[in-house]
Design a protein around this ligand. Structure first.
Ligand SMILES: [Cu+2]
Length: 303
């Protein structure tokens, strides 16, 4: 084989890698974070919650390990395809080999190490996230077809979301790629550990505060799920339901506002002034998303 031809062959995987690399670079996001969302940077560049650094670390180090394995595998594959290709004067089948113990041992042991390693690091990160770390306050998060209720448990006030009408989903109302005017808003205090008590009124939903990089199912029937976190950066974040829960699943948008204690207190006072007082976690009648509710603001949209 001439030098020129072998170079041409070698250029194929190199060109393919370059295309993949450049198309990856063209996307929005930070490659150092493995392109994971990181919230609006207007509030600073600190982690969004006390868990996000660990999650980003698990994600990116997994990708680094997998890319190393991938590059070695693709290299060997390419080498074998080129070095052992059929030559012009070859006839019949090449020499048939039954097995190769060293290679087969390698193919068994390396994936085993990888699977055990990924499992261990994932289990460690999840155990850290799931550990209850002395929450200083509790907020009830209630999913329902198709909106969210938020209850500030110690203060005894709540904010009951009303399903967004179809008309809300036009470009005029969309102030960002995801936010729609009229979404329910969850207020959390910056740098204060919170316990979220998750519950559903009907079917299984999933509470996804996107930039926290964590989501959790929301179950009907009394057994609460919990999320423990400490928001660490001021700002307004987007959230959505992450479990297909029916026709208007996509309307289950919400916002999370991470604010200073004073702004949180002002929000609680505002809810109290509006008369939204009660324990929404246990009192089903406080759901505003029902027609016939006495509250003039209440309406059940879209049936
Ligand atoms: Cu849902």
């Amino acid at each position: 084989m001439s030098q020129k031809r072998s170079l041409k062959w070698a250029a194929v995987p190199a060109a393919a890698s370059l295309v993949l690399f450049l198309s990856g670079c063209a996307q929005a996001g930070d490659p150092a974070r493995g392109f994971l969302p990181n919230g609006p940077t207007a509030g600073g560049t600190e982690p969004v919650t006390n868990h996000t650094n660990d999650i980003v670390g698990l994600w990116t180090s997994s990708w680094i390990v997998l890319l190393v394995v991938g590059v070695i595998s693709w290299g060997l594959l390419g080498y074998a395809a080129i070095a052992y290709r059929r030559r012009k004067n070859d006839v019949g089948l090449p020499a048939q080999l039954r097995y190769n113990m060293p290679i087969e041992t390698l193919f068994t042991v390396v994936p085993l190490i990888l699977v055990v390693g990924f499992f261990a690091f994932t289990a460690k990160t999840m155990a850290d996230i799931e550990t209850k770390t002395n929450p200083e306050y509790k907020v009830a998060v209630i999913g329902k077809q198709w909106s969210w209720d938020f209850g500030y448990e110690a203060e005894g006030v709540y904010d009951s979301g009303v399903q967004l009408p179809d008309s809300a989903f036009n470009t005029a109302n969309e102030t960002s790629s995801m936010h729609v005017d009229g979404e329910p808003v969850l207020y959390l205090v910056v740098n204060k550990p919170v316990q979220l008590d998750l519950k559903s009124r009907d079917v299984i939903h999933s509470f996804w505060f996107i930039d926290s990089l964590y989501k959790k199912d929301v179950f009907p029937g009394g057994s609460l799920n919990h999320i423990y976190l400490t928001p660490t950066r001021l700002g307004t974040y987007e959230g959505k339901c992450a479990e297909l829960c029916g026709e208007y699943h996509s309307a289950m948008l919400f916002q999370v506002k991470v604010v200073e204690q004073s702004e949180y207190d002002a929000h609680v006072a505002e809810l109290r002034a509006k008369g939204f007082v009660g324990d929404i976690l246990t009192d089903e009648t406080l759901d505003r998303n029902v027609s016939g509710n006495n509250d003039p603001a209440a309406s059940k949209v879209n049936g």
